[in-house]
Design a protein around this ligand. Structure first.
Ligand code: NAD
Length: 468
Protein backbone atom coordinates (compact mmCIF):
# COMPACT_ATOMS: atom_id res chain seq x y z
CA UNK A 1 0.00 0.00 0.00
CA UNK A 2 1.24 3.47 -0.89
CA UNK A 3 0.55 6.08 1.78
CA UNK A 4 1.16 9.78 2.51
CA UNK A 5 0.64 11.02 -1.01
CA UNK A 6 -2.33 13.10 -2.12
CA UNK A 7 -3.03 10.56 -4.83
CA UNK A 8 -2.17 7.32 -3.00
CA UNK A 9 -5.79 6.36 -2.44
CA UNK A 10 -6.58 6.64 -6.15
CA UNK A 11 -3.36 4.85 -7.06
CA UNK A 12 -4.05 2.01 -4.59
CA UNK A 13 -7.59 1.55 -5.90
CA UNK A 14 -6.32 1.31 -9.47
CA UNK A 15 -3.59 -1.09 -8.38
CA UNK A 16 -6.15 -3.33 -6.69
CA UNK A 17 -8.25 -3.24 -9.86
CA UNK A 18 -5.44 -3.90 -12.34
CA UNK A 19 -6.00 -7.66 -12.76
CA UNK A 20 -9.71 -7.17 -13.30
CA UNK A 21 -8.96 -4.64 -16.07
CA UNK A 22 -6.01 -6.66 -17.37
CA UNK A 23 -8.21 -9.73 -17.81
CA UNK A 24 -10.87 -7.95 -19.89
CA UNK A 25 -11.48 -9.34 -23.39
CA UNK A 26 -10.79 -7.45 -26.61
CA UNK A 27 -14.55 -6.90 -26.90
CA UNK A 28 -14.76 -5.28 -23.47
CA UNK A 29 -11.83 -3.00 -24.29
CA UNK A 30 -13.39 -2.08 -27.64
CA UNK A 31 -16.64 -1.22 -25.82
CA UNK A 32 -14.66 1.25 -23.72
CA UNK A 33 -13.04 2.73 -26.83
CA UNK A 34 -16.45 3.06 -28.48
CA UNK A 35 -17.67 5.09 -25.51
CA UNK A 36 -14.71 7.43 -25.91
CA UNK A 37 -15.29 7.61 -29.65
CA UNK A 38 -18.95 8.57 -29.27
CA UNK A 39 -18.04 11.22 -26.69
CA UNK A 40 -15.52 12.78 -29.09
CA UNK A 41 -17.69 12.48 -32.18
CA UNK A 42 -21.02 13.48 -30.73
CA UNK A 43 -21.60 14.21 -27.04
CA UNK A 44 -18.66 16.50 -26.28
CA UNK A 45 -17.61 17.61 -29.76
CA UNK A 46 -19.05 21.13 -29.46
CA UNK A 47 -17.75 21.53 -25.87
CA UNK A 48 -14.26 20.61 -27.08
CA UNK A 49 -14.41 23.09 -29.95
CA UNK A 50 -15.58 25.89 -27.65
CA UNK A 51 -12.99 25.09 -24.95
CA UNK A 52 -10.10 25.15 -27.42
CA UNK A 53 -11.38 28.41 -28.88
CA UNK A 54 -11.47 29.91 -25.37
CA UNK A 55 -7.99 28.58 -24.59
CA UNK A 56 -6.17 29.95 -27.66
CA UNK A 57 -8.69 30.78 -30.38
CA UNK A 58 -8.10 27.50 -32.14
CA UNK A 59 -10.17 27.45 -35.35
CA UNK A 60 -12.95 24.85 -35.37
CA UNK A 61 -11.64 23.09 -38.48
CA UNK A 62 -8.19 22.70 -36.88
CA UNK A 63 -9.80 21.29 -33.74
CA UNK A 64 -11.73 18.73 -35.77
CA UNK A 65 -8.75 17.84 -37.96
CA UNK A 66 -5.87 17.86 -35.46
CA UNK A 67 -7.56 17.01 -32.17
CA UNK A 68 -10.68 14.91 -32.73
CA UNK A 69 -9.88 13.09 -35.98
CA UNK A 70 -6.49 11.59 -34.96
CA UNK A 71 -7.96 10.05 -31.78
CA UNK A 72 -10.94 8.61 -33.66
CA UNK A 73 -8.60 7.26 -36.32
CA UNK A 74 -6.42 5.69 -33.60
CA UNK A 75 -9.53 4.07 -32.06
CA UNK A 76 -10.64 2.70 -35.45
CA UNK A 77 -7.17 1.28 -36.09
CA UNK A 78 -7.11 -0.42 -32.68
CA UNK A 79 -10.61 -1.83 -33.21
CA UNK A 80 -9.49 -3.48 -36.44
CA UNK A 81 -6.39 -5.05 -34.91
CA UNK A 82 -6.84 -5.59 -31.19
CA UNK A 83 -7.96 -9.19 -31.35
CA UNK A 84 -4.84 -10.26 -33.21
CA UNK A 85 -2.53 -8.10 -31.04
CA UNK A 86 -3.87 -9.80 -27.88
CA UNK A 87 -3.41 -13.34 -29.18
CA UNK A 88 -0.76 -15.42 -27.48
CA UNK A 89 1.92 -15.66 -30.16
CA UNK A 90 3.60 -19.04 -30.59
CA UNK A 91 7.29 -18.74 -31.51
CA UNK A 92 9.96 -21.27 -32.37
CA UNK A 93 11.88 -23.30 -29.78
CA UNK A 94 15.51 -24.40 -30.40
CA UNK A 95 16.09 -28.10 -30.99
CA UNK A 96 18.20 -28.23 -27.82
CA UNK A 97 14.97 -27.61 -25.91
CA UNK A 98 13.01 -30.32 -27.69
CA UNK A 99 9.83 -31.14 -25.80
CA UNK A 100 8.89 -27.50 -25.08
CA UNK A 101 6.63 -24.91 -26.71
CA UNK A 102 7.28 -21.14 -26.52
CA UNK A 103 4.91 -18.19 -26.58
CA UNK A 104 4.91 -14.41 -26.21
CA UNK A 105 2.12 -13.19 -23.94
CA UNK A 106 1.24 -9.50 -24.29
CA UNK A 107 0.30 -8.61 -20.74
CA UNK A 108 -0.61 -5.11 -19.56
CA UNK A 109 2.03 -3.17 -17.67
CA UNK A 110 -0.43 -2.35 -14.86
CA UNK A 111 -1.11 1.12 -13.46
CA UNK A 112 -0.03 3.83 -15.91
CA UNK A 113 0.40 7.59 -15.78
CA UNK A 114 -0.12 9.77 -18.85
CA UNK A 115 1.14 13.37 -18.60
CA UNK A 116 0.25 15.55 -21.57
CA UNK A 117 1.08 19.04 -22.92
CA UNK A 118 -1.19 21.92 -23.89
CA UNK A 119 -0.58 22.28 -27.62
CA UNK A 120 -2.91 19.45 -28.74
CA UNK A 121 -4.49 18.63 -25.39
CA UNK A 122 -7.26 16.30 -26.61
CA UNK A 123 -5.12 14.39 -29.09
CA UNK A 124 -2.10 14.01 -26.79
CA UNK A 125 -4.14 12.98 -23.74
CA UNK A 126 -6.67 10.65 -25.33
CA UNK A 127 -4.37 9.29 -28.08
CA UNK A 128 -2.06 7.52 -25.57
CA UNK A 129 -5.13 6.59 -23.51
CA UNK A 130 -6.44 4.59 -26.48
CA UNK A 131 -3.21 2.54 -26.51
CA UNK A 132 -3.30 2.10 -22.72
CA UNK A 133 -6.92 0.88 -22.81
CA UNK A 134 -6.14 -1.47 -25.69
CA UNK A 135 -3.29 -3.01 -23.69
CA UNK A 136 -5.53 -3.49 -20.61
CA UNK A 137 -4.07 -1.01 -18.14
CA UNK A 138 -5.59 1.22 -15.49
CA UNK A 139 -4.69 4.87 -16.11
CA UNK A 140 -4.33 8.21 -14.38
CA UNK A 141 -4.30 11.16 -16.79
CA UNK A 142 -2.71 14.52 -15.98
CA UNK A 143 -3.32 17.11 -18.72
CA UNK A 144 -1.67 20.53 -18.91
CA UNK A 145 -2.70 23.45 -16.73
CA UNK A 146 -2.10 25.85 -19.64
CA UNK A 147 -5.31 24.95 -21.48
CA UNK A 148 -7.68 24.98 -18.48
CA UNK A 149 -10.95 25.07 -20.41
CA UNK A 150 -10.03 21.98 -22.41
CA UNK A 151 -8.75 20.19 -19.30
CA UNK A 152 -12.11 20.81 -17.62
CA UNK A 153 -14.03 19.28 -20.53
CA UNK A 154 -11.69 16.26 -20.51
CA UNK A 155 -12.16 15.87 -16.74
CA UNK A 156 -15.96 15.84 -17.21
CA UNK A 157 -15.69 13.34 -20.05
CA UNK A 158 -13.49 10.92 -18.12
CA UNK A 159 -15.62 11.16 -14.96
CA UNK A 160 -18.80 10.46 -16.95
CA UNK A 161 -17.40 7.72 -19.15
CA UNK A 162 -15.21 5.66 -16.82
CA UNK A 163 -14.96 4.29 -13.31
CA UNK A 164 -12.08 6.07 -11.54
CA UNK A 165 -10.69 2.71 -10.38
CA UNK A 166 -10.07 2.14 -14.06
CA UNK A 167 -9.41 5.55 -15.65
CA UNK A 168 -9.16 8.84 -13.77
CA UNK A 169 -8.14 12.36 -14.73
CA UNK A 170 -6.37 14.64 -12.28
CA UNK A 171 -6.29 18.38 -13.01
CA UNK A 172 -3.49 20.51 -11.63
CA UNK A 173 -0.29 22.42 -12.09
CA UNK A 174 3.33 21.28 -12.03
CA UNK A 175 3.08 20.33 -8.32
CA UNK A 176 0.30 17.85 -9.18
CA UNK A 177 2.55 16.27 -11.76
CA UNK A 178 5.42 16.10 -9.29
CA UNK A 179 3.22 14.47 -6.63
CA UNK A 180 1.99 11.87 -9.11
CA UNK A 181 5.54 11.18 -10.25
CA UNK A 182 6.44 10.00 -6.73
CA UNK A 183 4.11 7.01 -7.10
CA UNK A 184 5.40 3.62 -8.29
CA UNK A 185 3.56 3.49 -11.60
CA UNK A 186 4.23 0.56 -13.90
CA UNK A 187 4.60 2.86 -16.89
CA UNK A 188 4.74 6.61 -17.50
CA UNK A 189 3.85 8.05 -20.89
CA UNK A 190 4.99 11.67 -21.01
CA UNK A 191 4.55 14.17 -23.83
CA UNK A 192 6.26 17.53 -23.39
CA UNK A 193 9.58 19.33 -23.50
CA UNK A 194 13.00 17.63 -23.30
CA UNK A 195 13.74 19.59 -20.08
CA UNK A 196 10.69 18.19 -18.26
CA UNK A 197 11.29 14.80 -19.90
CA UNK A 198 14.54 14.60 -17.92
CA UNK A 199 12.65 15.36 -14.68
CA UNK A 200 10.13 12.63 -15.49
CA UNK A 201 12.85 10.08 -16.30
CA UNK A 202 14.69 10.88 -13.07
CA UNK A 203 11.50 10.44 -11.02
CA UNK A 204 10.70 7.20 -12.86
CA UNK A 205 14.15 5.81 -12.07
CA UNK A 206 13.28 5.84 -8.33
CA UNK A 207 10.88 2.95 -8.98
CA UNK A 208 12.50 1.65 -12.18
CA UNK A 209 9.29 2.60 -13.95
CA UNK A 210 9.48 2.28 -17.72
CA UNK A 211 8.90 5.49 -19.68
CA UNK A 212 7.76 6.66 -23.05
CA UNK A 213 9.00 10.18 -23.63
CA UNK A 214 7.45 12.05 -26.56
CA UNK A 215 9.57 15.20 -26.62
CA UNK A 216 10.36 18.07 -28.96
CA UNK A 217 13.29 20.00 -30.34
CA UNK A 218 14.22 21.71 -33.56
CA UNK A 219 12.89 19.96 -36.68
CA UNK A 220 14.79 21.05 -39.82
CA UNK A 221 13.35 21.37 -43.31
CA UNK A 222 15.79 21.01 -46.21
CA UNK A 223 14.85 22.45 -49.60
CA UNK A 224 17.27 21.45 -52.31
CA UNK A 225 17.82 23.02 -55.74
CA UNK A 226 15.55 20.48 -57.47
CA UNK A 227 12.49 21.07 -55.25
CA UNK A 228 9.11 22.20 -56.57
CA UNK A 229 9.31 25.51 -54.76
CA UNK A 230 5.72 26.64 -55.15
CA UNK A 231 4.39 23.43 -53.58
CA UNK A 232 7.13 23.39 -50.93
CA UNK A 233 6.19 26.90 -49.77
CA UNK A 234 2.48 26.02 -49.61
CA UNK A 235 3.13 22.90 -47.55
CA UNK A 236 5.67 24.49 -45.22
CA UNK A 237 3.28 27.34 -44.47
CA UNK A 238 0.55 24.80 -43.68
CA UNK A 239 2.89 22.79 -41.41
CA UNK A 240 4.39 25.79 -39.67
CA UNK A 241 1.35 28.01 -39.08
CA UNK A 242 -1.27 25.41 -38.21
CA UNK A 243 -1.74 25.93 -34.44
CA UNK A 244 0.45 29.08 -34.92
CA UNK A 245 3.57 26.94 -34.99
CA UNK A 246 2.83 25.39 -31.58
CA UNK A 247 3.35 21.89 -32.93
CA UNK A 248 6.11 19.50 -31.90
CA UNK A 249 6.69 18.38 -35.50
CA UNK A 250 6.27 21.79 -37.14
CA UNK A 251 9.17 22.76 -39.41
CA UNK A 252 11.34 24.66 -36.92
CA UNK A 253 13.67 26.23 -39.50
CA UNK A 254 14.38 26.01 -43.23
CA UNK A 255 17.75 25.07 -44.71
CA UNK A 256 17.65 26.15 -48.34
CA UNK A 257 20.04 26.02 -51.28
CA UNK A 258 21.35 29.59 -51.53
CA UNK A 259 20.39 29.92 -55.21
CA UNK A 260 16.63 29.73 -54.47
CA UNK A 261 16.38 31.72 -51.23
CA UNK A 262 15.05 34.95 -52.80
CA UNK A 263 12.40 33.09 -54.75
CA UNK A 264 11.35 31.28 -51.55
CA UNK A 265 10.90 34.62 -49.74
CA UNK A 266 8.80 36.13 -52.54
CA UNK A 267 6.59 33.04 -52.76
CA UNK A 268 6.26 32.90 -48.97
CA UNK A 269 4.98 36.51 -48.76
CA UNK A 270 2.37 35.90 -51.49
CA UNK A 271 1.21 32.58 -50.06
CA UNK A 272 0.77 33.96 -46.53
CA UNK A 273 -1.63 36.59 -47.91
CA UNK A 274 -3.54 33.89 -49.81
CA UNK A 275 -3.86 31.69 -46.72
CA UNK A 276 -4.30 34.22 -43.92
CA UNK A 277 -5.18 37.52 -45.75
CA UNK A 278 -3.21 40.80 -45.58
CA UNK A 279 -3.70 40.87 -41.84
CA UNK A 280 -3.58 37.44 -40.22
CA UNK A 281 -5.06 38.84 -37.00
CA UNK A 282 -8.39 39.13 -38.88
CA UNK A 283 -8.18 35.61 -40.23
CA UNK A 284 -10.48 33.02 -38.70
CA UNK A 285 -7.98 30.34 -39.70
CA UNK A 286 -5.21 31.51 -37.40
CA UNK A 287 -4.99 30.85 -33.67
CA UNK A 288 -3.20 32.67 -30.86
CA UNK A 289 -0.19 31.98 -28.65
CA UNK A 290 -1.41 29.98 -25.68
CA UNK A 291 -0.57 32.51 -22.95
CA UNK A 292 1.41 35.66 -22.07
CA UNK A 293 4.44 33.67 -20.88
CA UNK A 294 4.88 31.90 -24.22
CA UNK A 295 4.01 35.12 -26.10
CA UNK A 296 6.80 36.97 -24.26
CA UNK A 297 9.22 34.09 -24.90
CA UNK A 298 8.58 34.42 -28.64
CA UNK A 299 8.76 38.23 -28.75
CA UNK A 300 12.03 38.13 -26.80
CA UNK A 301 13.46 35.55 -29.22
CA UNK A 302 12.49 37.68 -32.23
CA UNK A 303 13.92 40.87 -30.69
CA UNK A 304 17.10 39.00 -29.75
CA UNK A 305 17.55 37.86 -33.38
CA UNK A 306 16.90 41.37 -34.73
CA UNK A 307 19.39 42.90 -32.30
CA UNK A 308 22.00 40.49 -33.68
CA UNK A 309 21.38 41.51 -37.29
CA UNK A 310 18.55 39.20 -38.42
CA UNK A 311 16.28 40.45 -41.19
CA UNK A 312 12.50 40.09 -40.97
CA UNK A 313 11.51 39.13 -44.52
CA UNK A 314 7.81 38.78 -43.83
CA UNK A 315 5.50 39.48 -40.88
CA UNK A 316 7.06 40.41 -37.56
CA UNK A 317 4.06 42.16 -35.99
CA UNK A 318 2.54 41.15 -32.67
CA UNK A 319 -0.05 42.29 -30.19
CA UNK A 320 0.22 41.40 -26.51
CA UNK A 321 -3.40 41.98 -25.48
CA UNK A 322 -4.49 39.25 -27.89
CA UNK A 323 -1.25 37.16 -27.66
CA UNK A 324 -1.22 37.48 -31.46
CA UNK A 325 1.95 36.96 -33.43
CA UNK A 326 1.98 37.35 -37.21
CA UNK A 327 3.33 34.50 -39.37
CA UNK A 328 6.96 35.60 -39.58
CA UNK A 329 9.91 34.74 -41.80
CA UNK A 330 13.42 35.71 -40.66
CA UNK A 331 16.80 35.37 -42.35
CA UNK A 332 20.42 36.33 -41.78
CA UNK A 333 20.45 34.82 -38.29
CA UNK A 334 23.54 34.29 -36.21
CA UNK A 335 24.03 30.93 -34.52
CA UNK A 336 24.08 32.43 -31.04
CA UNK A 337 20.52 33.75 -31.16
CA UNK A 338 17.68 32.01 -29.30
CA UNK A 339 15.80 31.30 -32.54
CA UNK A 340 18.67 29.09 -33.75
CA UNK A 341 19.47 27.53 -30.37
CA UNK A 342 16.07 26.63 -28.91
CA UNK A 343 12.90 25.00 -30.17
CA UNK A 344 10.77 27.89 -31.45
CA UNK A 345 7.28 26.47 -30.86
CA UNK A 346 5.59 29.50 -32.40
CA UNK A 347 4.95 31.23 -35.74
CA UNK A 348 8.51 32.35 -36.53
CA UNK A 349 10.33 30.58 -39.36
CA UNK A 350 14.09 31.14 -39.65
CA UNK A 351 15.61 30.54 -43.07
CA UNK A 352 19.26 29.58 -43.41
CA UNK A 353 21.13 28.99 -46.67
CA UNK A 354 23.61 26.29 -47.63
CA UNK A 355 25.95 25.86 -50.58
CA UNK A 356 26.25 22.06 -50.59
CA UNK A 357 24.05 19.32 -49.17
CA UNK A 358 27.06 18.13 -47.16
CA UNK A 359 27.05 21.47 -45.39
CA UNK A 360 23.32 21.17 -44.63
CA UNK A 361 23.70 17.64 -43.30
CA UNK A 362 26.69 18.62 -41.14
CA UNK A 363 24.69 21.46 -39.66
CA UNK A 364 21.81 19.14 -38.71
CA UNK A 365 24.21 16.60 -37.23
CA UNK A 366 25.92 19.25 -35.12
CA UNK A 367 22.64 19.66 -33.23
CA UNK A 368 20.45 17.28 -31.19
CA UNK A 369 18.64 14.52 -33.10
CA UNK A 370 15.37 16.04 -34.33
CA UNK A 371 11.87 14.67 -33.83
CA UNK A 372 11.14 15.31 -37.51
CA UNK A 373 13.28 16.07 -40.52
CA UNK A 374 11.67 17.23 -43.75
CA UNK A 375 13.11 17.14 -47.25
CA UNK A 376 11.74 18.91 -50.32
CA UNK A 377 13.41 17.52 -53.40
CA UNK A 378 12.71 15.89 -56.77
CA UNK A 379 16.15 14.31 -56.76
CA UNK A 380 16.11 10.75 -55.41
CA UNK A 381 19.87 10.60 -54.92
CA UNK A 382 19.96 13.81 -52.93
CA UNK A 383 16.94 12.74 -50.86
CA UNK A 384 18.59 9.44 -49.99
CA UNK A 385 21.84 11.20 -49.20
CA UNK A 386 20.06 13.26 -46.56
CA UNK A 387 18.17 10.26 -45.13
CA UNK A 388 21.30 8.09 -44.97
CA UNK A 389 23.51 10.75 -43.41
CA UNK A 390 21.24 12.13 -40.69
CA UNK A 391 19.24 10.72 -37.77
CA UNK A 392 15.68 11.69 -36.83
CA UNK A 393 12.54 10.35 -35.16
CA UNK A 394 10.66 10.55 -38.46
CA UNK A 395 10.95 11.99 -41.95
CA UNK A 396 8.49 13.18 -44.54
CA UNK A 397 9.62 13.81 -48.10
CA UNK A 398 7.87 16.60 -50.04
CA UNK A 399 5.44 17.36 -47.22
CA UNK A 400 5.30 17.73 -43.47
CA UNK A 401 3.26 16.50 -40.49
CA UNK A 402 1.74 13.64 -42.52
CA UNK A 403 4.05 11.01 -41.00
CA UNK A 404 2.12 11.60 -37.75
CA UNK A 405 -1.20 10.56 -39.26
CA UNK A 406 -0.30 7.09 -40.55
CA UNK A 407 -0.87 4.63 -37.71
CA UNK A 408 1.18 1.98 -39.48
CA UNK A 409 4.21 4.15 -38.78
CA UNK A 410 5.85 4.45 -35.35
CA UNK A 411 5.74 7.99 -33.99
CA UNK A 412 8.41 9.30 -31.64
CA UNK A 413 11.84 10.77 -31.33
CA UNK A 414 15.34 9.56 -30.68
CA UNK A 415 17.46 10.59 -27.68
CA UNK A 416 16.79 14.30 -27.06
CA UNK A 417 13.56 14.19 -29.08
CA UNK A 418 12.22 11.15 -27.24
CA UNK A 419 12.36 7.56 -26.10
CA UNK A 420 9.86 4.94 -27.24
CA UNK A 421 7.16 5.11 -29.90
CA UNK A 422 3.44 5.70 -30.07
CA UNK A 423 0.52 5.07 -32.46
CA UNK A 424 -1.10 1.85 -33.61
CA UNK A 425 0.69 -1.35 -32.71
CA UNK A 426 3.74 0.62 -31.49
CA UNK A 427 1.59 2.46 -28.93
CA UNK A 428 -0.02 -0.81 -27.82
CA UNK A 429 3.42 -2.39 -27.32
CA UNK A 430 4.59 0.59 -25.28
CA UNK A 431 1.88 -0.14 -22.69
CA UNK A 432 2.52 -3.89 -22.82
CA UNK A 433 5.01 -6.26 -21.25
CA UNK A 434 6.05 -8.97 -23.69
CA UNK A 435 6.08 -11.85 -21.23
CA UNK A 436 7.92 -14.94 -22.35
CA UNK A 437 6.22 -18.25 -21.68
CA UNK A 438 7.88 -21.62 -22.20
CA UNK A 439 5.94 -24.80 -21.46
CA UNK A 440 7.74 -28.09 -21.18
CA UNK A 441 5.68 -31.15 -22.13
CA UNK A 442 8.13 -34.02 -21.80
CA UNK A 443 11.57 -34.45 -20.33
CA UNK A 444 13.94 -32.41 -22.51
CA UNK A 445 17.58 -32.72 -23.54
CA UNK A 446 18.60 -30.04 -21.01
CA UNK A 447 17.37 -32.22 -18.14
CA UNK A 448 19.98 -34.86 -19.03
CA UNK A 449 22.75 -32.38 -18.37
CA UNK A 450 22.25 -31.66 -14.67
CA UNK A 451 24.97 -32.45 -12.11
CA UNK A 452 26.90 -34.56 -11.42
CA UNK A 453 28.79 -33.61 -14.60
CA UNK A 454 30.86 -36.28 -16.40
CA UNK A 455 32.66 -36.82 -19.69
CA UNK A 456 29.57 -38.03 -21.48
CA UNK A 457 27.65 -34.91 -20.49
CA UNK A 458 30.60 -32.73 -21.56
CA UNK A 459 30.47 -34.42 -25.00
CA UNK A 460 26.74 -33.68 -25.21
CA UNK A 461 27.41 -29.99 -24.47
CA UNK A 462 30.21 -29.93 -27.07
CA UNK A 463 27.84 -31.42 -29.65
CA UNK A 464 25.09 -28.96 -28.72
CA UNK A 465 27.41 -25.97 -29.17
CA UNK A 466 28.63 -27.34 -32.49
CA UNK A 467 25.36 -28.49 -34.05
CA UNK A 468 22.41 -26.81 -32.33
P1 NAD B 1 6.05 20.87 -20.70
O1 NAD B 1 7.14 19.89 -20.70
O2 NAD B 1 6.29 22.20 -20.11
O3 NAD B 1 4.76 20.29 -19.93
C1 NAD B 1 4.18 19.03 -20.22
C2 NAD B 1 3.46 18.49 -19.00
O4 NAD B 1 4.41 18.34 -17.95
C3 NAD B 1 2.34 19.36 -18.45
O5 NAD B 1 1.25 18.54 -18.08
C4 NAD B 1 2.96 20.02 -17.22
O6 NAD B 1 2.03 20.26 -16.19
C5 NAD B 1 3.98 18.99 -16.78
N1 NAD B 1 5.16 19.62 -16.16
C6 NAD B 1 5.71 20.82 -16.47
N2 NAD B 1 6.79 21.06 -15.70
C7 NAD B 1 6.92 19.99 -14.88
C8 NAD B 1 7.83 19.64 -13.85
N3 NAD B 1 8.83 20.46 -13.50
N4 NAD B 1 7.68 18.45 -13.22
C9 NAD B 1 6.69 17.61 -13.56
N5 NAD B 1 5.77 17.91 -14.50
C10 NAD B 1 5.88 19.07 -15.17
O7 NAD B 1 5.58 21.00 -22.22
P2 NAD B 1 4.48 21.94 -22.86
O8 NAD B 1 4.92 23.37 -22.80
O9 NAD B 1 3.14 21.61 -22.33
O10 NAD B 1 4.53 21.42 -24.38
C11 NAD B 1 5.51 21.86 -25.28
C12 NAD B 1 6.63 20.87 -25.47
O11 NAD B 1 6.11 19.57 -25.71
C13 NAD B 1 7.48 21.18 -26.69
O12 NAD B 1 8.83 20.91 -26.41
C14 NAD B 1 6.97 20.20 -27.74
O13 NAD B 1 7.88 19.92 -28.77
C15 NAD B 1 6.67 19.02 -26.90
N6 NAD B 1 5.68 18.18 -27.54
C16 NAD B 1 6.06 16.94 -28.01
C17 NAD B 1 5.14 16.15 -28.66
C18 NAD B 1 5.50 14.79 -29.20
O14 NAD B 1 4.59 14.03 -29.52
N7 NAD B 1 6.76 14.43 -29.31
C19 NAD B 1 3.83 16.60 -28.84
C20 NAD B 1 3.49 17.85 -28.36
C21 NAD B 1 4.41 18.64 -27.71
Amino acid sequence: MIENNKYSELFNKQKANQFHIGNTSSKQRIDKLNKLKKALEVTYKQDIREALFKDFKKPQLETDLTEIYPVIDEINFVKQNLKSWLKREQVGTPLAMLGSTSYIVNEPKGVCLIISPWNYPINLTFGPLVSAIAAGNTVILKPSEMTPNTSKVMARMVANLFDENDIALVEGEVETSQELLKLPFNHIFFTGSPAVGKIVMKAASEHLTSVTLELGGKSPTIIDDSAHLEKAVQKIIFGKFTNAGQTCIAPDYVLINETIKDEFITRFKNQIIKDYSENASDSESYCRIVNKKHFKRLVDALEDAKSKGAVVDSGGNFNESDTYMEPTLVSNLTEDCTLMKEEIFGPILPIKTYKTLNEAVDYINSNEKPLALYIYSKNKKQTNFVINNTRAGGTCVNHNLLQYLNHNLPFGGSNNSGIGKSHGHFGFLEFTNQRSLLKQHTIGAVDLLKPPYNNWKQKMVDLTIKWF
